[in-house]
Design a binder for this molecule. Structure first.
Ligand SMILES: C[S@@+](CC[C@H](N)C(=O)[O-])C[C@H]1O[C@@H](n2cnc3c(N)ncnc32)[C@H](O)[C@@H]1O
Ligand SMILES: [Zn+2]
Length: 316
């Protein structure tokens, strides 16, 4: 934890300021420490550079497994690819000019792959928050970036001051909570006046998606209850299925009844297929629905190209 993070934090219980006691440090950062609330006296530990506002990873054990195993698979700096950069631009709509010098919040940061992108595009401060033990990976991947910090907390009980971020994004996260809409509504109060929030959630727009989604939801009822390692082994079926799905109409039929990742990289096919079948919660939405939440929060709503991604701004 960098000392600069303190200006964004507050007690998730009562909203009061927190004070920091440093127990050990490394290169000017707090490795182990304790945050205590000046209002209610509650304490929150800092463990391995990460302030912890939750004791368990609740319903996201699958993501703890996923991101502790695939620590670098989707990291552009590791792959020398621009997949995460392209995804970030497509699903947030944020440009270099908008990010430059800004304070940015990544909600559900996973391995921190988009924190790396936001920092690379000029953000001055990037805070990533996640409920799962993905935070161990995120801090390992982003600690070297000036202004980057990782926090373990729940979207429904965030430890951040109101109006403290210029930009907020959440890519592929909110639909994995018990209520996508309620999770989204936790974000606008954290935006400064004139700030923008962009989210991407799974789509239920097209006829194809509607059928495929109902089929996977049926499978997922069983797969999300399996031991994670067994499901991970089964997800390896995506490696050969990739070739089967190229077989014309038969391939398209297989894609409908047995959805799996079609990433050109075999490792990512396994990762994405596990990611699709393992979550306890996985809702799908339409643009109309998501735009309604933006309006409900008093924000503008702009459709972005990748279904379903929407960006909105708070009045300045
Ligand atoms: C599919 S991953 C996406 C990670 C990252 N945004 C990316 O695209 O690489 C979803 C992430 O949301 C996190 N998540 C789910 N529910 C959450 C909650 N209530 N609070 C914070 N994070 C949550 C999970 O732990 C997981 O890391
Ligand atoms: Zn408190």
């Amino acid at each position: 934890m960098k000392h600069g993070l303190l200006r964004f934090l507050c007690c998730p219980s009562c909203g009061a300021d927190l004070s920091l006691r440093e127990i050990s440090a490394d290169s000017g950062e707090v490795r182990e420490g304790e945050l205590s609330c000046r209002g209610c006296g509650r304490t929150y530990p800092v463990i391995n550079f990460v302030p912890r506002f939750v004791g368990t990873d609740k319903y996201v054990r699958n993501f703890s497994f996923e991101w502790l195993f695939y620590r670098k698979t989707q990291l552009d700096s590791h792959n020398k690819l621009s997949d995460s950069l392209d995804t970030f631009k497509e699903k947030t709509g944020f440009s270099e000019a908008e990010l430059k010098g800004r304070a940015v919040l990544d909600v559900g940061c996973g391995t921190g792959r988009f924190m790396e992108i936001a920092a690379g595009m000029g953000a001055a401060e990037v805070v990533g928050v996640d409920l799962s033990f993905a935070v161990e990976t995120a801090v390992e991947n982003t600690r070297r970036l000036p202004g980057a910090n990782v926090v373990q907390a729940d979207i429904f009980n965030l430890p951040f001051r109101r109006e403290s971020f210029d930009l907020i994004y959440s890519i592929g996260v909110l639909h994995h909570t018990p209520s996508t809409r309620e999770a989204f509504l936790k974000l606008p109060p954290l935006l400064a006046a004139g700030g923008a929030v962009s989210i991407w959630v799974y789509s239920d727009e097209s006829r194809f998606e509607k059928i495929r989604n109902r089929i996977t939801d049926f499978y997922r009822f069983f797969t999300c209850r399996m031991p994670v390692r067994l499901l991970w082994l089964l997800s390896h079926a995506a490696v050969p299925l990739y070739y089967v799905k190229r077989l014309g109409k038969f391939g398209a039929f297989m894609e409908m009844i047995l959805p799996s990742s079609n990433s050109p990289r075999a490792e990512e096919r396994v990762l994405d297929t596990f990611d699709w079948y393992s979550p306890r919660y996985q809702f799908k939405h339409t643009y109309a629905e998501v735009e309604g939440w933006f309006r409900e929060a008093g924000l503008s709503a702009r459709r972005l190209g990748f279904s379903v991604s929407v960006s909105g701004r708070k009045n300045g």
